[in-house]
Design a protein around this ligand. Sequence first.
Ligand SMILES: *Cc1c(COP(=O)(O)O)cnc(C)c1O
Length: 417
Amino acid sequence: MTSTLALLGGVPAVTASGPHFEWPPIDGTTRSKVAAQLDAAVSIPGRAGIVAELEDGLQTYFGVRHAVTTSSGTAALHALYSAVRIKPGDEVIVPAWTFHATASPLFHFRAVPVLCETGPDGNIDPNRVEELITPRTRALMVTHLWGRPADVAALAEIAQVHGLELLEDGSHAHGASVQGQKVGTFGIASAFSLNGPKPLSGGEGGFVLTDDDDTYYRVLTFAHCNKRCRSEIPQGHPLARYAVTGSGLKLRIHPLAAALAVDQLGRLDGYLAGRAEIARRLTERFSRVPGLEVVPVNDGVVPSWYGLTLTYRPDELGGLPIERFQQALLAEGAVEFDRPGSTRPLHELPLYQNPDLLFPGHPHHHRQYSPGAFPVAEHAYRHTIKLPVWHREQDLALAEQYVRAAVKVSDHHEELL
Ligand SMILES: *Cc1c(COP(=O)(O)O)cnc(C)c1O
């Protein structure tokens, strides 16, 4: 006889107490590298030392000509929009479901984020982009949600046909690829976060990637006034004379964060390979659990597995609400079963409904959204249950306990109704 649900007094399926997932992985080598940076330099105004090492490493890893680090992913996105010359009144098509910072910097340019319906996997739906294009549309911004690459081939085609810049927010997807090409290299430029839980982490930080010299100079001018602008923007370039002030902002990464990120970058491919293996096993197991549906991965697509997302199917469990299902999983000790929080449909956020209070006179009037405007994104958001993906072989036993917790709750769902 199977044990009863932990929520109803039974024995939990997961034995070790949580948390069961910590990121980034920090060991003795990481500690000594970051400690060594304390002695080397804690402020680096130029492209030197650990900052140069990180940017060189990113350029090699992604195969791009320029990587510019920033204080955060949000700052990288802000610099990216400036670099591609987003102007007041410009429209940028963004996924309706993403972390808000993918699009929120646009408000600071008095530009208009135009939300686009997603597919069931949460990525922007290429079939819904063209209906949104107007004479004011300048760019198409793509998030690779939870590290699963969007349909970049189709999106690049649309961008090309309509003369739009294709931009990427790779913050969930460091090292993910499509047909062997890394996410972040499909458009003129891309932005990434190095924040705490991201696949590549410096604790805090971000970066912009581009092959285009002019975009690179504009990112520098936006985010790195003075020394870097003076040494990296060629004399005679129209931006060179702005070096001392840049744009008036200063968005540098901290050298200790850069040291952490350098350490992690050397391990990234190992992390991704380990995650892919555990994700493969989990996917296989969860696909047989009534109430849960795994989101398929297309051929040629390699995710970073920032999260393993499952679609909850209440219809397979007598209509059991997702809240109750998750509560039962947590009671089983499977505490990493999570539902998306701040990464949510943007049209439900006050900034997107009514930006005027923060940005008086913002020209958003022609884009008003009501609940239900993006049924696919909203449904996916409300029915997603996700897990972080472990990367070490010794985590397999724990991952297996998580599967058993889900099987148990699914098998006994009638007791929860
Ligand atoms: C984390 C994140 C950001 C913002 O990065 P920060 O480093 O936290 O500023 C932007 N976009 C996405 C998709 C993110 O997940």
